[in-house]
Ligand binder design. Structure first.
Ligand SMILES: CC(C)(COP(=O)(O)OP(=O)(O)OC[C@H]1O[C@@H](n2cnc3c(N)ncnc32)[C@H](O)[C@@H]1OP(=O)(O)O)[C@@H](O)C(=O)NCCC(=O)NCCS
Length: 165
């Protein structure tokens, strides 16, 4: 059985293991990033995918700013290798976006160009938004509410914890 739910204190080690396993060679960095965001109270939303009682996926969201506007950024997301491409990542994103629509105007993500458009993300550059470090080709945005991007144009800045990666 698959349950998508918010992280709790008892999940911290399992979340670390999922990130280390999912990101070949860079897992430690991603795990530390999640821990740094958590330590500074910057995890707007942190969901886990529990499969038959075991944590098999994780996704984190932290605040981003565009001038005076605030949204959220998805990063990082991880699914254990043996369960990748079985839909777990998609279920976590669907659930996260449903929840975040109650609290935030828009969501950005830097990631696989073939993946995020299926959740309604569009190239951020087409909305006049750019990550401060470039990479327009992999940078996407989704308004979470009607008019969520009204008046929002310019450079998107993530939390300093993400810049340190
Ligand atoms: C990216 C990831 C979180 C997606 O989760 P998932 O549960 O595997 O995804 P889903 O089953 O919902 O969807 C599968 C889609 O993910 C994308 N995808 C998965 N792994 C991918 C990879 N290594 N490269 C490119 N696209 C990938 C593909 O678009 C795939 O669709 P397809 O099977 O039709 O080709 C997961 O594959 C993962 O942990 N990968 C390693 C870590 C990583 O790259 N994280 C993303 C950081 S933004």
């Amino acid at each position: 059985m698959v349950t998508i739910r918010e992280e709790c204190e008892a999940d911290v080690e399992a979340i670390r293991r999922v990130n280390v396993a999912a990101f070949a060679g860079e897992g430690e960095v991603e795990a530390r990033l999640v821990e740094a965001l958590r330590a500074s109270g910057a995890l707007v939303l942190s969901l886990v995918a529990e499969v038959d009682g075991r944590i098999a996926g994780h996704v984190a969201f932290s605040p981003v700013t565009v001038g005076a506007a605030t949204g959220v950024g998805l990063a990082p997301m991880a699914v254990v290798p043996e369960l990748q491409r079985t839909g777990l990542g998609g279920r976590m994103i669907d659930e996260a976006l449903r929840r975040l629509a109650h609290t935030h105007r828009f969501c950005v993500v830097l990631g696989h160009p073939a993946y995020y458009p299926r959740f309604g993300f569009v190239p951020a550059s087409t909305a006049g938004l750019h990550w401060e470090h470039g990479h327009d080709e992999a940078f996407f945005v989704k308004p979470l509410v009607a008019g969520g991007l009204d008046g929002v144009r310019g450079i998107v800045r993530y939390r300093p914890e993400l810049d340190a990666v």
